[in-house]
Ligand binder design. Structure first.
Ligand code: IPM
Ligand code: MN
Length: 329
């Protein structure tokens, strides 16, 4: 019986996560739910954005569903982003971000890509310092992390029967760091499966292609910040951030997370779209629990909900939840 650690977090996380859990429970009646805390409210209550107890529960369940956190716009002593803390503390070294053309919300047909973002290093190591009047940030690329992301990419492609991967980098300007990333990822994927086609693009060229010809992409594997930026751009083709799903994934541990934030402007009104949370939960079902058929049912229910003429009239979180439940076969 799968166990799920549920962390609604701040803002609309409190609305979309319960909706996604209701839908998940309809598809998986035996699911065991364990609630945990993280985020800005949690920091204000307990002085820490991710309590040790939450990390323990996540490790114990092996699977989590996380909503969103509001981060203060000014520096607050002792505060660190909850999602970055969880990614680092739990070694969730891959971030899987699929983007596809959904009916009625996608501005372009035939997009169907998966962005595999390295999730543990790069500029996200957060090593910044002042040297006199100069601010310095370190960008770390290691052979080991590059191997791990290459391996994860090859396994994912095997499972999903994907054939072509594009390594996105900036090795023309950063030959040591991005050269290491590119070469290590290529070698690892080649060794794992010599039948996969491997392309390379510089990140600026990839950005243009993402805008002009998004259907060209199959699987993308890239470093942390490039993946952060490209996945937001790609999300536009999938119908915007309201549909953008992600899975933070390590070895034996996965944390699903809708890409949208806590949206304080609409929080508390019951109007947040829960579909990104539902699609993120479906990623967990497929990859963490290996229940491909259940994940297909969830994704098909979302697909059918979006395809219905009445979708535009679904103005509340509850209305979308009910429509998805109705379409869940
Ligand atoms: C994301 C977000 C995070 C990131 C922020 C909230 C730290 O933008 O999940 O893409 O930059 O990774
Ligand atoms: Mn982002």
């Amino acid at each position: 019986m799968p166990k799920l650690c549920v962390i609604p977090g701040d803002g609309i996380g409190q609305e979309v996560i319960p909706a996604a859990v209701t839908i998940l429970q309809a598809a998986l009646p035996d699911l065991q739910i364990i609630e945990a805390e993280a985020g800005w409210n949690c920091f204000q209550k307990h002085g820490v954005s991710v309590p040790e107890r939450t990390l323990e529960l996540l490790r114990d369940c092996g699977a989590g569903l996380f909503g969103a956190v509001s981060s203060p716009s000014h520096k607050v002593a002792g505060y660190k982003s909850a999602i970055l803390t969880m990614r680092q503390s739990l070694d969730l070294y891959a971030n899987i971000r699929p983007v596809k053309s959904w009916p009625s919300v996608s501005p372009r047909p035939a997009v169907d890509m998966i962005i595999v973002r390295e999730n543990s290093e790069g500029l996200y190591v957060g090593r910044e310092q002042m040297r006199g009047d100069t601010a310095v940030a370190q960008r770390i690329i290691s052979r080991q992390a590059s191997q791990k992301i290459g391996q994860k990419t090859a396994e994912l492609m095997q499972q999903l029967q994907r054939k072509t991967v594009t390594i996105v980098h900036k090795a023309n300007v950063l030959p040591l760091t991005d050269g290491l990333f590119r070469d290590t990822v290529r070698q690892t994927i080649e060794a794992a499966n010599p039948d996969l086609a491997i392309n390379e693009l510089l990140v600026d060229v990839a950005a243009l292609k993402m805008v002009a010809e998004p259907a060209w992409f199959d699987v993308i594997v890239t470093t942390n910040l490039f993946g952060d930026i490209l996945s937001d751009a790609a999300a536009h083709w999938g119908g915007g951030l309201g549909l953008a799903a992600s899975l933070n994934w390590g070895d034996g541990l996965a944390l699903a997370e809708p890409v949208h934030g806590s949206a304080p402007d609409i929080a508390g009104q019951g109007v947040a779209n829960p579909l990104a949370a539902v699609l993120s939960a479906a990623l967990l079902v497929r990859f963490a629990w290996g229940l491909g058929e259940v994940a297909d049912r969830l994704e098909t229910a979302v697909q059918q909900t979006l395809a219905q003429q009445s979708y535009a009239q679904l103005k509340t979180t509850l209305a979308v939840q009910e429509a998805v439940l109705h379409n869940l076969n």
